[in-house]
Structure formats: C-alpha cells, structure tokens
Design a protein around this ligand. Structure first.
Ligand SMILES: Nc1ncnc2c1ncn2[C@@H]1O[C@H](COP(=O)(O)OP(=O)(O)O)[C@@H](O)[C@H]1O
Ligand SMILES: [Mg+2]
Length: 251
C-alpha cells in the first residue's frame, strides 16, 4: 500500500484541535486524529481521560466547543438532526456494555436498526438474510431465537456487533470492546474485530485499556493524555518509548 498521507480522499475521520469541556472540566484540549479508510486505530487513555467523550463527539452525541471534526466528508457540528441520523447509519458504534434490548430476542434486536432505516440498504437486501449473515459473521447463528438474558457477556458483545454490522457501516467505533471479559474471551473479541475488518474493510477506532486488544487489532495507536494526543505510533514503536505517560500502558 502507498504511504499514508493526511487530508487525502481516503481520510474518513479528521479531527483537528478539538476542545470539549463540561463546565470547568476541560476534557479534550486540542486533540488531533486522522483515520484512513480500512485502518484500525487504537486509542488508549486512563479512566476519565475523555475516550468515551471523544466517541460521542464523533457521532454528534456531544457538541464540541471548538476545532475541526470531519466524518466521511461531513462537518459534524454543521449537520442537522436528519443529516446526523443519516451519517450515523454509516458508523457502527459499540458503547461500553452491550445495550441490547432485554425484552427482544436476538433476531428482533438485529432487525431493529433495519426497521428504523429501511432505505439504507436498498431493495435487494432481505431482512432475514441480513440477520442470518450478521449472526454468522459473529459465529452466533444458533442464538437467533434466544433472549439477551440467556447470553454470556462475550455473546452479548458479539450480538451487539452483529447489530452494528447489519447496516454495513464504513466506520466502526468500539468503546472498550473487551472490558469485563476474561482474557480468553477478550482475545476472541479482538480476533473478531480483525475478521470483520478483513471481511468488510471497515475503518475502526478501538478504545481500549486492554493492551493485548490494542496489539492484536491496531495498525496505529494514540495515547490520549491530558486532553491531547500525547503519543502516536505503532504498538511496537510505542512499546519502546521511554516516557512514563506512555510506559504506564505497557506494563
Ligand atoms: N455528560 C457529561 N456531563 C458532564 N461531565 C461528563 C459528561 N460525560 C463525561 N463527562 C466527564 O468527562 C470526563 C471524561 O469522561 P469519559 O470520556 O467518559 O472518560 P473515559 O476516558 O473513561 O471514557 C470525565 O471527567 C467525566 O466525568
Ligand atoms: Mg469510557
């Protein structure tokens, strides 16, 4: 592949000098990030450093105070509700916790986004086929008629991911995809993130505390510290950096 250059047409997210505060609590203080098509970027930062806030800004769930925020060639702060809703169909996001609807079966959970956006995928797509395909992608076709309460933590995360995949997103934002899972289940989720990237060539941001997950999934990493992109390099480069704020994540 050619050398990656910023600001080219394959840039899917471009964030420059992003500022976001809650009252006197300045969370993001000049944060920069670019994400290229097909790339997986891991963002690591301490608890409360603003990782989830960053994701919420990207999808327009939080307003930003200042800076540039372009997603799939849209200036997010300029979009009205309808445009934002449309943009979000191109972005899969997985919040901490799986957020399945407890009163619906797995099948109904997966059909939900399709019913909200029936036009997104055109007339060639049949809901049943999409639901089956998405469940097959995450290895859980057999769970189609189960209720969320019957699923393990790892299965819930897989189903939530299947529900995201069904809309064929161009970008997937994972917020701590392996948190709360044992290391082995965590590795399975990391492997699944890679399998999905290979199958659909989606760009992704993986927010994680889990070093193994960052190592397995990312092409590049950003350390979010003090509201800024404090360090940025590949996993193997960062692992060599002799700076306490970076080293803290590699022990
Ligand atoms: N809606 C909100 N209102 C006020 N403060 C918030 C809100 N959301 C997040 N914060 C604050 O922003 C900071 C970063 O939070 P968050 O992005 O959730 O951290 P993390 O890096 O652990 O995901 C924290 O100090 C949190 O209390
Ligand atoms: Mg968070």
């Amino acid at each position: 592949m050619a050398t990656v250059v910023n600001h080219n047409e394959s840039t899917v997210i471009e964030i420059e000098n992003l500022h976001k505060a809650f009252g006197g609590n300045k969370v993001l203080k000049g944060f920069n990030l670019t994400l290229q098509a097909g790339e997986t970027l891991a963002v690591m930062g301490k608890s409360g450093s603003g990782k989830s806030v960053l994701i919420k800004c990207i999808i327009g769930l939080e307003n930003i105070d200042r800076g540039k925020l372009m997603v799939l060639n849209h200036e997010v702060p300029q979009l009205n509700r309808k445009q934002l809703d449309e943009l979000r169909t191109d972005i899969g996001f997985q919040f901490q916790g799986s957020a399945l609807y407890d009163s619906m079966t797995v099948r109904e959970n997966l059909e939900f986004p399709l019913r909200r956006h029936p036009d997104k995928l055109g007339t060639d797509y049949h809901p049943d086929k999409l639901v089956n395909e998405a469940l097959d992608d995450v290895g859980l076709l057999h769970a189609i008629d189960m209720m969320p309460s019957e699923l393990s933590g790892g299965m819930k995360k897989r189903i939530a991911l299947a529900r995201t995949l069904i809309m064929r997103p161009k970008i997937i934002l994972y917020d701590e995809p392996t948190s709360g899972l044992d290391p082995i289940t965590g590795k399975e989720i990391s492997a699944l993130i890679n399998a999905i990237q290979e199958r659909y060539h989606t760009a992704a941001i993986v927010i994680t505390h889990d070093l193994a997950c960052a190592r397995m999934t990312s092409n590049r990493m950003i350390i979010l510290h003090d509201g800024k992109n404090y360090a940025e390099a590949t996993y193997h480069e960062l692992a060599q950096v002799d700076d306490p704020n970076v080293k803290a994540f590699f022990t």
